[in-house]
Design a protein around this ligand. Sequence first.
Ligand code: FES
Ligand code: FES
Length: 936
Amino acid sequence: MIRFILNGAPASTEAHPFTPLATTLRDGFGLTGTKVGCEAGDCGACTVLIDGAQACACLVPTGQAEGARITTIEAEEPLLDQLRLSFLAHGAAQCGICTPGMIMAAAELLRRDPTPCVPAVEDAIGGVLCRCTGYRAIVAAVLDAAPRLAPAPAAGAAVGAAIARLDGWPKVRGTESFGADAAPAEALWLRVVRSPHASARFTLGDLDAARRALGLHAILTHRDVPGENRFGVLPGFRDQPVLAEGLVRFRGEAVLALVGDRTAVEAVHDAALPIAWEVLPALHGIEAALAEGAPLLHAHAPGNILVRGGLTTLSPAPSSPSPAARGRVGVGVREDQRTPAAHAPPSPSPVHGGGPGWGDKDQRPPAAHATATFTTPFVEHAYIEPEAGFAIPTEHGVTITACTQAPWMDREETARTLGVPDHQVRIIPSACGGGFGGKLDVSIQPLLAIAARKLNRAIRIVYSRTESMASTTKRHPAILHARMDADAEGRFTRYELDADFNTGAYASWGPTVANRVPVHASGPYRVPHVRNRTRAVHTNDTPAGAFRGFGVPQAAIATESLVDDLAAQLGLDRWEIRRRNAIGHGDATPSGQVLHASAGLPQCLDALKPDWDAMLAEAAAHNATNPRHRLGAGIACMWYGCGNTSLSNPSRMRLELTREGRLTLFNGAVDIGQGSTTVIAQIAADALGLPLAALGLVIGDTARTPDAGKTSASRQTFVSGRAAYEAGRALRHRILQLANAGEDARLALDDGALTVTDRAGPRRVTLHEDLVAEGAYDPPTTPLDADGQGIPYATYGFAAQLALVRVDTALGLTKVLRIVAAQDVGRAINPMLTIGQIHGGIAQGLGLALMEDFRPGLTENLHDYLIPTAGDVPDIRVHLIEDPEPEGPFGAKGVGEPALVPTAPAILGAIRHATGVTLRQVPVLPHRLWEALHVR
Ligand code: FES
Ligand code: FES
């Protein structure tokens, strides 16, 4: 018996002394506010106080707690209440999975130092990772000794109010239920056996004997998949087996599923299983996969090329109001093209096809010409919550509760693998501890479903950190050959890109990346001649999928670097060349789409100009006397289409007002921390004309809420928000009709009593039936033609960012000192949450620039794979630019992905300004920069 004081009360446990304290707290005491993100002391999600000092509960054996005072997030303590309130008031909890650990770490500091300085706060929370917030809001929350929540907005005033997130209290209390936090007590555990080889055949021995010997309930193989043993995310590209069929294509691919009691399942060593491997040569990296004679991963992808994309313009018409006036030649964006014969062959030139050809006869020699090759690595999402959830069998199907970004897609994919109609699968999303695109693809869902059906038992699974990193999708590594020209006035005249993206062993979102990049690659600029070609290439690496930007961040690194090259050649200021070329109202994009509204890049750049001038002056003054530690300023721009590329992208929302006067929004959009639950409710409330506080919420359950589509592509505020707006307007219309009142009437709902007030005065409206109103929205887009011409997105986000860095030239170390961002968000529905998204994107962009480099088999944990900590993310200033989007709800458009895109190129530009060294490979690790400074 181990005895200690737990949250102020005596407690005891018979847990094994070596059982991690985190496990004892969660499983033995039900204190699931202590989260587990790595079990290795890397993430800090499990931080508790032991005798007042913060400790990682995953590393502390329960036996060491004997006689100690242990404090967890569930404790009742005024200081914790102050921190909870402050985290809400500052928007410091987004997904919330790190929040308990953060609050405990902060509490330790504030107990000994009630008025700490910023570095002390950064130091205190330095061991707790947050992937969502960019930390600055957390630091502000810890420093705020007297936090106050913004008051509840009145009717019609919710939009634009910086209110605390509506789903915030459970996150700061530690009661939020993530995928690993709950499951039926009788649930069996499932563990996946994965390939240790990147390419191999395998045969299975006597699994029944193994099952008996190991004390398991079942060992499942592909033969146990009752439906189609394939999943994916795009029609025509479902190519990944739930369980491999004698062949694996990447290290970490699922081979078997072990099901049984937890102890039995966890005791199994893979070597004890009868699997005979025949290791095959593996293709790692794009060059290996494209090499002549390289083995093929899939018969349907000759040359290992999954798909090609492209965009070509011929006649310059960047300011023409009529895209029809443009000539077009070349290859286009076609997700369904799978044969290399359909596309131009690659050129030996760094820029494919780079000699005369496309458009050359139309151009005079450029005054400035830049060309270069860029490389980017795999980037891991590193959400702090590994995949987890449980399934319960139903009469004809299954109900799955798990973390996800895409419940409706999960339903479809799971039903297919079960061989049942979609409606037999119900998906109830748990709270989602970060996603960033990595929880768009199904992972655990089909496995849980198959096991639950097969054993007719509840089944649960919790991925380890290593399993999560080894088996789930990443940002696509890329090799980009880019060329850009400008005339003597610095006006861009031409842009070409040939880019290959490593999509790994399976398709996932490879076609989407190949499709989106050609549209965006030339940047948010007027460029008359554009020719972009992309390929998604299969390798034996981890599948690459969706990650905040779908390839656009990689392309922006190339393009913005070339813009700096052109500015240098022409002797132009880097802000100036961007401002001269910035796309704006009335301009046409390379796909021939005219931007009739909400194109606020010029305003973003104008907002940043004073900061830019100040940064340049600061760097010049500093560098005059500091030869070793050099300051540099960088600038980059971006644009980003909101929603799917030229694909239907609908969302539906439902509002109900019962006869008893209970108002409920049924919102199927999954909030992965970005704040859609709050923002969509703000929109619905104002469209309806009732206070936000009157609104009850039912969130994200495929059996109860309409299909709001995926939480991806920066679409929920724009698309689902517009659907919520339509639902609000529709319900308001019904009420006004019943009251025979005019459009400008005011509504009130007090204790269930509905009142309508117009010029005739107030009158009570009695409902004889429940009122139900649905709103739907599908952004107006058109397919892209063979030249990549059309309207791929209904609207775009625009942004520009400045970075100030300090480089230690003796060591090659880069420290980002400041980021200033200006982003056109259309309308900030909730400015606090909007800024929170921008901060989070910047932090991930910083990681992309300086530290993140996922290597399959080498960096499958959070001590070898580094993400920014509180000490790495600098002061961030944000200018919100509101150029309203007429299609968007109250003028709003997407925010989440755009903020990440310009950060890395701005940092690279700043390093170049500080040192004179141009780096074309990210991350800029110290040894790379040192080598560039001292060896080349
Ligand atoms: S779970 Fe303990 S440090 Fe990550
Ligand atoms: S809020 Fe920190 S990881 Fe999501």
